[in-house]
Every structure is written in C-alpha cells, then in structure tokens.
Design a protein around this ligand. Structure first.
Ligand code: SF4
Length: 148
C-alpha cells in the first residue's frame, strides 16, 4: 500500500481571505449536528431557521438534502463581513481543507492550493488532527428532507 503523503502532517493556516465562503457557487450541506448548532447560534426554531437560511438540493443518492442558501453574488447566506455563525459553523466549513477528496493524494492537495491560499502555509497540522477532521467530514451526513 502506498505511503500516506501527509504522514508527517501538512502546512495549513487560514489566511482569512473568505474565498471559500463566497465568490463561487457551492453547497454547504447541513447534518443534524450542524442544524442543532446553528439553531443555538441564532436562537431560532428549526422551522424559522430553515425558512430563512436553507434550501433543499438534490444529493448524489437521489434524495433532497438540507443546504444553506447563498446570496445572488454567491456569498454564503450566513456571511456578513465574516462568518456570523463562526462558533457554530457547519462541520463542512470547520474541517476544510481536510476533506477526503482533497486528501486523496499530493496532487489533489496541491490543486486545492490554487483555490485556498492557506494551503501549504503556516504551521504544520499533525497527521492525527488531519485524520480527526477527515473522519468528522466523512461521517457528517446531510439531513434528508424526509428526515425532518
Ligand atoms: S480559502 Fe482558505 S485561506 Fe481563504 S478563508 Fe477559506 S480556508 Fe481560509
């Protein structure tokens, strides 16, 4: 088996450019845990939060899943000069860039660096911490419409 390319960790330090929160269309899927954290953050009921900030989008398995809305300019709906939900932000956001498909190999990691100026900068994030984020990301399933 090939050696894991990040066995000695990876350099990453967010540069706070906010590119991953705006600029391009995207999907921030919400799991049950994410929704719970956001409800506490905004002190809204589930119905209110979903009505104000969410949409349902098709998922690869054919279901419709819960996702944050984005503004017309592609900013995340929760972004106002920074993330207004930072402490309760979704797992998809807090684990970036340690996502399975970005960590597939050195090429996929370096390719992501074109999008994210924090990649390959700053302090080393340990193998263990990378694995923790990757596992959190992999196990964070978006809520299906039928589960609400
Ligand atoms: S794109 Fe990278 S550096 Fe910019 S805010 Fe997102 S994580 Fe931070």
């Amino acid at each position: 088996m090939a050696e894991c390319f990040y066995k000695n960790g990876l350099n990453f330090q967010c540069q706070r450019c906010s590119h991953c929160c705006k600029d391009e269309p995207g999907f921030v899927y919400l799991s049950k845990t994410d929704l719970q954290n956001l409800l506490e953050c905004y002190n809204l009921s589930q119905e209110e939060f979903i009505e104000k900030y969410c949409r349902f989008v098709p998922f690869y398995d054919g279901s419709e899943v819960l996702c944050l809305q984005e503004k017309e300019n592609y900013e995340c709906i929760l972004w106002e000069n920074g993330c207004t939900a930072y402490k309760g932000r979704p797992i998809q956001c807090s684990t970036y860039p340690f996502w399975s498909f970005i960590l597939r190999n050195k090429e996929t990691w370096d390719k992501e660096a074109v999008e994210c100026p924090g990649i390959n900068k700053g302090n080393i994030v340990s193998f263990e911490d990378i694995q923790k984020s990757k596992e959190l990301y992999e196990n964070n399933f978006p809520l299906r419409k039928t589960e609400l």
